[in-house]
Design a protein around this ligand. Structure first.
Ligand code: ZN
Length: 462
């Protein structure tokens, strides 16, 4: 009997021991999902109940218009954001000065002279030189690649090169926009045109950044619609030798003053540790920059507001940053890295939304293999809104300069199947954004950044 009792006590202790071990394990590993399920549900409900995000996006876009670096529109939009953020009652709201390039478009036109007369839709590419006031006139030669351009080099001199390259992926097709002018100029072209970088078109040219090589003559460079690019190619195929007159007035003014906008909820236990997240507040000078990247900025700002309204305060500091000048200089991201150099070791995570404002699918992650494991766990929290994908490799342009210094970075992934129909065009206006999808983006950013700022461990850098 005595022995049986002894055995039973030992067994009981063993069971208790195992149980404690088991309990310990669950608390540590327990999924962030268990620990934060309550908060994630509250965030989702709040973000989806609220129409504030869409209202603010429309107020910003409809009052100030597109926000090109150096423009009054951009600075007025920033003034409005700062004033409105202060009313939201965050712990800190401030701006930091950033010098930005100041390119202006001026007036522009493209006329088909032959085989028939027609005014064509055109957008000079950001950074292009102007034509002479009377324009540049010449015969079109169309090519489908840089290789074809080289092969037909002898035919190019004195002509206007049109790169009629169908859209595959943005990263691939965009090189004709970025480098087309200098490549064409090497073979003696007098100007260059690019079929807009997008999969579909309703006669909508896309602008965007371009570069000139140092040692090559700078020739005017502009984007035309998919429809006109195809027509000019057909006309060339028929031997009709189409000719056009291109007039551009693009020029650089002296660098201008702009600002990054910062708003924070300070951490309750480790305020010196920071999760920074946001989008870029500048845009191109067409449309309203509603999805590129007004929606990304508003989603981040609203995420902070939802957290504040729910009375949540994470252990670490949550910092929204709306970076300026992503489109044609990246000076906002670069200046942030310089001004916050001392804080970089304390940046726990950087998150950017700049892939359009559509239904979120998850995040991509740039950082170490161990970091990726933790990022996957963070993303699993987003199963609640069916957005738990976590892809290896990524981040964002504005957070790039701090990621280079070791800060783990994540970029919001959305269903971008329609993004490049509107990107950098006059069609990027508020009507293209679905309020509910914007609310899901807000919820996704609020959950990810709150938990990253509150969870026991930091995302490992190595
Ligand atoms: Zn963008």
């Amino acid at each position: 009997m005595k022995r049986t009792i002894q055995i039973s006590i030992i067994a009981l202790l063993a069971i208790i021991g195992t149980s404690f071990g088991f309990l310990k394990k669950t608390t540590e590993e327990s999924s962030l999902r268990d620990q934060y399920s309550d908060i994630t549900s509250k965030i989702v409900v709040r973000a989806l109940q609220d129409s504030n995000a869409y209202q603010r996006l429309s107020i910003m876009c409809d009052t100030y218009g597109p926000r090109l670096s150096g423009s009054k529109n951009l600075e007025q939009a920033i003034d409005w954001i700062v004033a409105t953020m202060k009313k939201d009652g965050f712990d800190t709201v401030y701006t930091e000065p950033v010098k930005v390039p100041h390119w202006v478009r001026g007036n522009e036109s493209l006329t088909l002279n032959s085989p028939y007369q027609k005014n064509m839709s055109v957008l000079g590419l950001g950074g292009t030189v102007a034509t002479e006031a009377s324009g540049v006139s010449g015969e079109i030669i169309t090519v489908k690649s840089f290789d074809e351009l080289t092969k037909r080099s002898k035919e190019v001199k004195g002509k206007i090169v049109l790169f009629n390259v169908p859209f595959t992926k943005y990263g691939e097709t965009v090189r004709y926009r970025v480098n087309g002018a200098s490549e064409a100029a090497k073979h003696g072209a007098i100007a260059s045109l690019v079929r807009s970088v997008g999969p579909a078109s309703m006669y909508t040219p896309h602008t965007g950044g371009m570069k000139y090589a140092d040692d090559v003559k700078k020739i005017p460079h502009a984007a035309i619609s998919l429809e006109d690019a195809e027509m000019l190619s057909r006309q060339c195929g028929l031997g009709l030798k189409p000719t056009v007159t291109l007039k551009l007035e693009g020029k650089f003014l002296p660098d201008a003053n702009s600002r990054n906008v910062i708003a924070e909820i300070r951490g309750s236990e480790k305020p010196e540790e920071i999760v920074v997240f946001g989008g870029h507040i500048d845009s191109w000078d067409v449309g309203q920059g509603a999805m590129d990247d007004g929606g990304g900025c508003i989603a981040a700002w609203e995420a902070l507001r939802v957290i504040k309204q729910l009375g949540l305060r994470p252990k670490r500091t949550l910092r929204v940053c709306l970076w300026t000048n992503e489109e044609n200089g990246l000076m906002g991201g670069k200046t942030y890295a310089k001004l916050h150099a001392k804080e970089i070791p304390n940046h726990v995570l950087a998150v950017e939304s700049d892939a359009g404002t559509f239904k979120p699918r998850g995040y991509d992650f740039g950082g170490s293999a161990k970091g990726l494991e933790m990022a996957r766990e963070l993303c699993s929290l987003l199963g609640i809104i069916d957005a738990s994908s976590c892809e290896e490799g990524g981040g964002g342009a504005d957070i790039g300069p701090i990621m280079e210094q070791g800060v783990p970075g994540m970029g919001l992934i959305v269903d971008d199947s329609k993004y490049f129909n509107y990107h950098h065009t006059h069609a990027d206006m508020v009507d293209k954004i679905d309020p509910r999808e914007l609310a899901f983006c807000t919820a996704s950013m609020a959950i990810l950044t709150f938990v990253a700022a509150d969870m026991p461990k930091r995302i490992p850098r190595k």
